[in-house]
Ligand binder design. Structure first.
Ligand SMILES: Cc1cc2nc3c(=O)[nH]c(=O)nc-3n(C[C@H](O)[C@H](O)[C@H](O)COP(=O)(O)OP(=O)(O)OC[C@H]3O[C@@H](n4cnc5c(N)ncnc54)[C@H](O)[C@@H]3O)c2cc1C
Length: 403
């Protein structure tokens, strides 16, 4: 095996390269990224970095020198524009690089507001990259008015930062409630109340009808007839997998770059991991957008490239920080049919336990790390715990660990 090329210098790309070196791959390894920064963590972008609490270097997954020390040829500011699969060559800025094995870790891109709404007006922001956040942060000034479009995690985290900075916030969500795609109404109610208590106005089942302004957004007109003066818009309306290059190269696409359980695409020399890829799981095909998935999946792919035959079985977990609340999620709640609610030890701590056909599949824990940790262990072990026990405050969760 020689010449492994990785496209996408983000979380999955960096993890994959590090793992390849760790498990003994000693031949040529090239990592191409279109951004100017070495691979970095995105979660703090909508949290501490946006608040100005940490420097840019703290975002880097590894110090820059790691790549040269490990003999990883890191090419930044080098978007791959074309792949010739037959000749096994990729092209960046007119230069070509050949590969034996190629991996896509191209991540995802924020869904944009349609041109009919954005009309090229300035002060419309998305939260994906360091540059996005640098650009936006200078506009988050006390007393400004922001309209946040989308009540998902990105929108809610941005709202929390804005309030800490003294920015006035209104969130609109087109669905019947915030967090509808990812959480139960119990969890949504918790976060709605949290935001309202912090002065955020949340409008559900409301869409944006128009943005008005000369060069910058000045006013928004909403579907409920509200007209409001605004200084900026933050759109958090989901992401799309970066699969265009793979699609143009003739690889199969299905909600992202389609892989088998090993991470291999429809071409046996080409692999994919992270936000850009979909993979089979429990009889269906899923695509996950989380740090844990990017790391775990890319590490499995690294092993499989070197000859293992390991199926990727995700053990999803996710977190979100809003005000003084840390939400931790274990498992996937897809298809749940029952919820058990357990009060935590502190005032605002509670956990929501999701069941499908009587079996525990996921836990949302708000300021309740113990419930999160125990729930995660139960889910990963394939065991369960009865909802009646969970709702019983006398029931000692620690018993479950001992079992
Ligand atoms: C603001 C924000 C907050 C988040 N918060 C959390 C959280 O709290 N918890 C959590 O688990 N997850 C969170 N996520 C999601 C998490 O960051 C992603 O799931 C993770 O970064 C995915 O890793 P990846 O390597 O697949 O993609 P990325 O990290 O996005 O890396 C992909 C890289 O590929 C590059 N690329 C794309 N196309 C090309 C090309 N043609 N040529 C060269 N380079 C290319 C991109 O520019 C990018 O740098 C958050 C994401 C964002 C944006």
């Amino acid at each position: 095996m020689k010449d492994i090329v990785v496209i996408g210098a983000g979380q999955a790309g960096a993890s994959l390269c590090a793992k390849l070196r760790q498990i003994g791959y000693g031949e040529k390894l090239s990592l191409f990224g279109e951004e100017v920064f070495p691979p970095y963590q995105r979660p703090p972008l909508s949290k501490k970095y946006l608040l100005g609490e940490i420097d840019v270097e703290r975002l880097y997954i590894r110090p820059k020198k790691f790549y040269s020390e490990q003999g990883i040829d890191l090419n930044l500011n080098s978007p791959i524009s074309k792949i010739d699969i037959r000749k096994k060559v990729i092209y960046s800025k007119g230069n070509s690089t050949s590969f034996d094995q190629l991996i896509f870790t191209t991540g995802s891109t924020p869904r944009k507001l349609p041109n009919s709404l954005s009309q090229n007006l300035k002060n419309i922001f998305y939260v994906r990259s360091i540059l996005d956040v640098n650009y936006m942060a200078s506009h988050l000034v006390e007393g400004k008015k922001v309209l946040i479009i989308g009540g998902g995690y990105i929108g809610l985290e941005a709202a929390s930062v804005c309030r800490k900075l003294g920015v006035n916030v209104k969130i609109i969500e087109m669905d019947k409630r915030i967090l509808n795609r990812v959480s139960s109404s119990e969890t949504a109610n918790y976060f709605r109340e949290l935001h309202q208590n912090n002065g955020v106005e949340i409008l559900e089942r409301v869409t944006l009808d128009a943005l008005i302004g000369e060069t910058h957004v000045e006013k928004a007109i909403l579907s409920d007839g509200t007209q409001m003066n605004i200084d900026l818009v933050i759109a958090g309306i989901g992401v799309l997998p970066n699969d265009n290059l793979a699609s143009e190269s003739g690889l199969d696409i299905e909600n992202g770059i389609k892989t088998n359980s090993l991470g291999q695409t429809s071409n046996e020399s080409i692999w994919a991991a992270g936000d850009c890829s979909s993979f089979p799981w429990r009889g269906k095909r899923i695509r996950l957008e989380s740090v844990q998935n990017a790391i775990d999946q890319s590490e499995i792919v690294a092993e499989n490239i070197l000859g293992e035959k390991k199926s990727y079985i995700p053990s999803p977990w996710f977190w979100s920080d809003q005000y003084d609340v840390k939400l931790q999620i274990a498992g996937l709640n897809t298809g749940y049919d029952q919820i058990a609610v357990r009060k935590g030890d502190r005032d605002n701590s509670v956990s929501h336990w999701y069941y499908k056909s009587g079996k525990l599949i996921s836990v949302d824990a708000m300021n309740d790390p113990r419930s999160y940790m125990i729930g995660k262990r139960i889910i990963e072990s394939g065991n369960t715990v009865s909802p009646i026990d969970i709702e019983n405050p006398e029931y000692d969760l620690k018993k479950l660990i001992k079992k």
